[in-house]
Ligand binder design. Sequence first.
Ligand code: NAD
Length: 292
Amino acid sequence: TTTVVGFIGLGRMGAPMARRLIEAGHSLVVFDARAEAVEHVVAAGAQPADSPAAVADAAEIVFCSLPNPKIVHQVALEAGGVAEGSKVRILVDLSTTGPSMANTVAAALAPRNIAWVDAPVSGGIKGASTGTLAVMVSGPAAAIAEIEPLIKNFGKVFNCGEQAGAAQVVKLGNNMIAAGVILLSAEALAMGVKAGIDPAVMCEIINASSGRNSATQDKFPRAVLPGTFDFGFATALSYKDVGLCVDEGEALGVPMVGGSLVRQMLAVTNAKYGPDSDFTNMVRIIEEWAGV
Ligand code: NAD
């Protein structure tokens, strides 16, 4: 059945997810702060709206895919935000924003009869385009049941329960690991290069051995070894994710020794290459320090 679906935030991840909903036959009403991001999705068949509130005036279910918790909070609750919409019943956050903001916004929306669902995603631009993301969800069971058929258009659903923010905790843990293995893989491969070993061969061997990970299997072959350093995930976003993870771990009384190191490596990458640089630029810093 066709549903009017709202979509706010049409960036690297949002645009392909929105496009897959359109291709599945849904009517999309969309908003982004950047006009060119809106134009691309409108060209694919979506209707533009003037604000998050206007999206929420048109659709009962609204998705957002936005950079960070501050912006999601603003888009949900501030002037012109989703909470002001007349039609919206469910707001789904596809962004990686952490459990703290999720709890705040869920509590603020509940009295307005708007259900909040966390739905952070993993699998990158490729996963979003091909509909093979892992989508972790948490929130009211009835709301999850209602949005599941929509989410299935871009990924596989993993239910983390009713507690707001639960899926965000899982996602933060995942992203800390994904960033951490880039650092360790970069150190191992820099060592190999200095010892005269072809890094592509070394990657291949690691991928058949116990050190295999998402950096050696995907990021190095695709974005590091060819020297493009363009995997599709911004340094600012990874720095945000690992920071949120370390903060959450500490708040729960978990020592975050490795996570703190990775967070500072991303701080260095952010300072040297800028927030919009790709997070695989972390490898270039190791190469520079190693003199590779
Ligand atoms: P992006 O920067 O490409 O897209 C974010 C979009 O939000 C942009 O189009 C921007 O114009 C828009 N935006 C910013 N502020 C806005 C506002 N106030 N109102 C409306 N629109 C606004 O980022 P992305 O890579 O698509 O990531 C989006 C989210 O998904 C982030 O939370 C990120 O951590 C997460 N994520 C990204 C990836 C990835 O591989 N890129 C993978 C999984 C999860």
